[in-house]
Design a protein around this ligand. Structure first.
Ligand SMILES: [Zn+2]
Length: 109
């Protein structure tokens, strides 16, 4: 599995697990919530380590590029270095969620 795929899978897992903890009607129990929150914390650390590895590799780095533009400077963003966010503008040094970015293609909702 490529590092960029690991990065995507970690984020998907993180988002799914967070969603279950925050929005589930099922009573998870405080002990279990603690274990799950520890898992989120581990995923976050792994994500940042994998991101650093990708960033350090000149070929893999290309795969961090996105079609999403920064709302401030309108330059293209890269995949965020933080698991909680989706996009990073390296020029403004700011992270964004999906909805904050200007889409290249306005057809996409
Ligand atoms: Zn910017």
């Amino acid at each position: 599995m490529k590092n960029i795929d690991i990065l995507k899978k970690l984020k998907e897992s993180y988002d799914n697990l967070s969603d279950i903890i925050l929005n589930s009607d099922y009573e998870i129990g405080s002990d279990n919530v603690e274990v799950l929150n520890n898992s989120l914390s581990t995923m976050s650390t792994l994500y940042e380590n994998v991101w650093d590895k990708i960033k350090a590799d000149s070929d893999e780095r290309e795969e961090l590029k996105t079609e999403c533009k920064c709302p401030h400077c309108e330059r293209k963003t890269v995949v965020s270095d933080l698991i909680d966010y989706s996009y990073l503008c390296t020029d403004c040094d700011e992270n964004f969620y999906y909805c904050e970015c200007i889409k290249e293609n306005n057809m996409e909702l």
